[in-house]
Every structure is written in structure tokens, then in C-alpha cells.
Design a protein. Structure first.
Length: 430
């Protein structure tokens, strides 16, 4: 009985304890998984495209400022718009031009192109310093030029230059000084007028004694400097000596004492002489000086009844052996010789005779008296030799002219000395 009672009490005690225990905390449900939005990569921005480097063409020229200004302006306003990927550096060549080229081209510091008369072709070809352009010239391009001018760029069967213009020394007069007097057609008429002006305190004529300008009178007297056909030198030939004696007698009394280029040129530019013998490269300077001038062929030589036959040069553009970008350089060559605006401005402003057929038929060309005067003289001219031997002639003959007109040497001595010096130089060339 006691045992049963004890068991009941134990059960009751256990129930009491259970009732006093805290309620169980329910386990919370796990949170739903976090769903992130898909990752969107930022837009891909391509790197900036680098501006391609311009193709550079270096051009050397020997032109006076008024001549060069035309091309410099047109490179900016015309060429750069047509060919924005090409940068042209149009630079005045260092002096002495030829000698600098002969050193700079093989050294890799020279120009890609240069502009000069055609007479340097032979020398630079023999030295291996020119790049032929036959493979670049089409028949269509060739047909745009006067034939004789185009062929002036050929040497020993290859083509090395394209022609820009033709030029020759002609006779100029100051219209204000000459007044109503007739323009002299003969040297007798010219001498009479030179004497008249000298008596009034002027010089009679501006005549730089350089071979290119003296050549017309030499040829008229049967003399010559270098003959391509016969390969002979005629600096001291009888005809050359006769011409020099005549020129000394005819012009020296009416010139200033110094016969070299600058002292002679300034006489006409400063209106100290009514007449000049010079070429189209001077017309820009004469206009800048405010001179109203006319151009005509050189007067006929009264003593022999012959008209002077001066050297005719073809201003050309050459490609050098060291050309950096042949295609870009040739692009400029073509533009420089076929740009109608360049050819027209050089003609109308400076008197350079066009050899681009398209330009020759323009009214501005056909009706211009300055261009017409130079064109008449070019028609009477003789093309300069482009043989290497001719290059050896210029320096010694220039010195001979200076010696004759300063009185340092008589004609015979000056020309004999020049002949001997040139022959020695030619031996070295050959």
C-alpha cells in the first residue's frame, strides 16, 4: 500500500515539473536564397583610332620670294585640300644649291624633289642621284605638255623630270622713264637712247653679265659655249671672242662698274636705268617696286643684222635618288606641273612661259603682253645643254665675263683661261 502510494506521488511530482518547464521555441524557416540580378558588363569603348602620320615630301627650290610665294600659298589653299594625307615642306635651298644637293642627297639629308632648269640632269644622273620616273608617267600625262619641254627631261633614254615652264632672258624697259620714245628695235637705236639717259644722270642699262643672259649675243655672232652635237667647247672660239668685244664696246660705257648680279639688278628695280636684260624671274620684284614695264625680244644687232638667240631653259621638277615616299613625291610633281592655277599665276604675275597645253589657250595667257614678250624671245632661243660638260662651263665662264667687264683681263686672255680651265674640268667628268 505504501509502495503504491509512493508511485502515485512520484508521477504527480513529475507532472508538476513538466508543467513548470518553459515552452519550446519553434525553429524559424530558413530565409529564401538571395537572387542577384545578372551581371551586365559595361559597354566596350574602342580605343581612339590614332591619326595616321602624314606622308612628308621635302622640296627644295631656288626661287626669289615673289616666285616662291605663289607656290607656298597654293600648297595651303589647293594641294592640301586635294591630298590631306601629304605634308609638303617647300623650302628655299641652301647655297650653293648644286653643291649642297651633291652632298645632301647621298648623305640622306637632301630633298625628295627639287626645282631647277633642266640643264642639271646629266650631272646628277652621272652621279647616280636622280630617280627615273618613266614607270610613273602615263601617255595621258605626257600629252598635257608641249613636246619639246617634256623631252627636255630625258637623258640617255630615261625620263627624270617634268616641265613647269620655259624661260629666257629678254629686253625690258621702264615705261615711265622711256615716255613717248619708241622702244628700240635695234642695238643702234638702243645705244642712242642709253647715251641720252646717261647724259641725264641715269645708267643706260641693267645687264648682269652672267652666261645665261650673255648667251644670245654670243650665239648671234656664231660663238657657243658647249655643243652637245659635236661635243666641243667654244668659250674661246672666234665667234665668242667677237661677241665679247662687241658687248664690251656696246654696253660697258652705260653700265655701273660692277657687272655682277645684284649691283646690276638693283639699277632697274630702283629706277636708275631705263632698260634691262633679264628674265621672267624678275617681274615679281619689278611689280613690287612699282615699275610699269614692258617686255620684248632683245634688239637686233645692227652690225651683223642678226637677232640674239639666248639660251632657253625649261624650269623642271626633279626626283632624287633618296626619295622617301616615291608615290607621294610623284603626286606633288604632277600637281606642281599641271595645277592650272599655279601655272596661270606664275605666268600672269611673273611672266613664266607655260608649257602646259591647257594653260596656253587661256585668254589670260594669250592676251598678256608680258607673257607674249617672253614667249617671242623663247621662240628665238636655243635649249640649254643638259650634258654634264655644260655644268663645268658656268663657273669659269662667269668669272671670265666678270674679268672682262671689270677690266681685270682683256677678252682674249679671259676666254683662253676659261677654256683651259673648263677643259680640265671636263676631263675629270669624263
Amino acid at each position: 500500500m505504501k509502495v503504491r502510494k509512493l508511485m502515485v506521488i512520484s508521477v504527480l511530482f513529475a507532472l508538476v515539473l513538466a508543467g513548470c518547464a518553459p515552452a519550446a521555441t519553434p525553429t524559424p524557416a530558413p530565409p529564401p536564397p538571395t537572387v542577384l540580378p545578372p551581371t551586365v558588363p559595361p559597354p566596350t569603348v574602342p580605343p581612339p583610332t590614332p591619326t595616321p602620320a602624314k606622308r612628308v615630301v621635302v622640296v627644295w627650290h631656288g626661287d626669289a620670294e615673289p616666285v616662291a610665294r605663289i607656290t607656298e600659298n597654293l600648297i595651303q589653299t589647293e594641294f592640301n585640300k586635294l591630298y590631306p594625307d601629304i605634308e609638303v615642306k617647300y623650302e628655299l635651298a641652301p647655297e650653293p644649291f648644286k653643291e649642297k644637293l651633291l652632298v645632301a642627297i647621298p648623305a640622306g639629308t637632301g630633298p625628295d624633289l627639287f626645282e631647277w632648269n633642266h640643264d642639271w640632269i646629266g650631272t646628277f644622273v652621272k652621279a647616280g642621284l636622280l630617280e627615273p620616273i618613266d614607270d610613273l608617267v602615263t601617255v595621258k600625262l605626257e600629252e598635257q605638255f608641249v613636246e619639246s619641254a617634256f623631252k627636255a627631261g630625258q637623258y640617255e633614254g630615261r625620263l627624270y623630270t617634268l616641265p613647269i615652264s620655259a624661260e629666257a632672258g629678254a629686253f625690258a624697259w621702264n615705261k615711265d622713264l622711256l615716255g613717248s620714245r619708241p622702244v628700240p628695235k635695234t642695238t643702234d637705236e638702243l645705244v642712242a637712247l642709253m647715251a641720252e639717259f646717261k647724259a641725264q644722270g641715269y645708267y643706260g642699262i641693267s645687264f648682269p653679265m652672267v652666261p645665261f643672259l650673255a648667251s644670245g649675243f654670243i650665239h648671234a655672232y656664231g660663238g657657243w659655249l658647249w655643243d652637245d652635237a659635236t661635243k666641243t667647247l667654244g668659250v674661246n672660239s672666234p665667234g665668242t671672242k667677237m661677241a665679247m668685244e662687241w658687248m664690251l664696246k656696246t654696253f660697258k660705257p652705260y653700265m655701273s662698274d660692277d657687272p655682277s648680279w645684284d649691283p646690276q639688278v638693283v639699277l632697274f628695280t630702283e629706277k636708275k636705268a631705263p632698260f634691262a636684260v633679264n628674265g621672267p624671274w624678275m617681274t615679281g620684284s619689278w611689280r613690287d617696286a612699282g615699275i610699269d614695264f614692258g617686255i620684248a625680244p632683245l634688239p637686233e644687232i645692227s652690225e651683223i643684222g642678226r637677232k640674239p638667240e639666248p639660251y632657253m631653259g625649261v624650269k623642271s621638277i626633279y626626283m632624287t635618288k633618296g626619295v622617301r615616299d616615291k608615290e607621294a613625291a610623284f603626286t606633288f610633281m604632277v600637281w606642281a606641273t599641271t595645277s592650272r592655277e599655279r601655272i596661270l599665276q606664275r605666268a600672269t604675275q611673273l611672266g613664266y612661259i607655260p608649257v602646259l597645253k591647257e594653260a596656253l589657250v587661256l585668254p589670260e595667257i594669250q592676251e598678256d603682253p608680258i607673257i607674249s614678250g617672253f614667249a617671242q624671245q623663247v621662240a628665238l632661243g636655243r635649249p640649254m645643254s643638259s650634258s654634264p660638260e655644260m655644268v663645268a662651263v658656268w663657273g669659269p665662264f662667269d668669272e671670265a665675263l666678270r674679268a672682262i667687264f671689270t677690266g681685270a683681263k682683256p677678252v682674249d686672255k679671259a676666254l683662253d683661261d676659261a677654256q683651259a680651265e673648263i677643259l680640265e674640268a671636263i676631263k675629270e667628268i669624263q
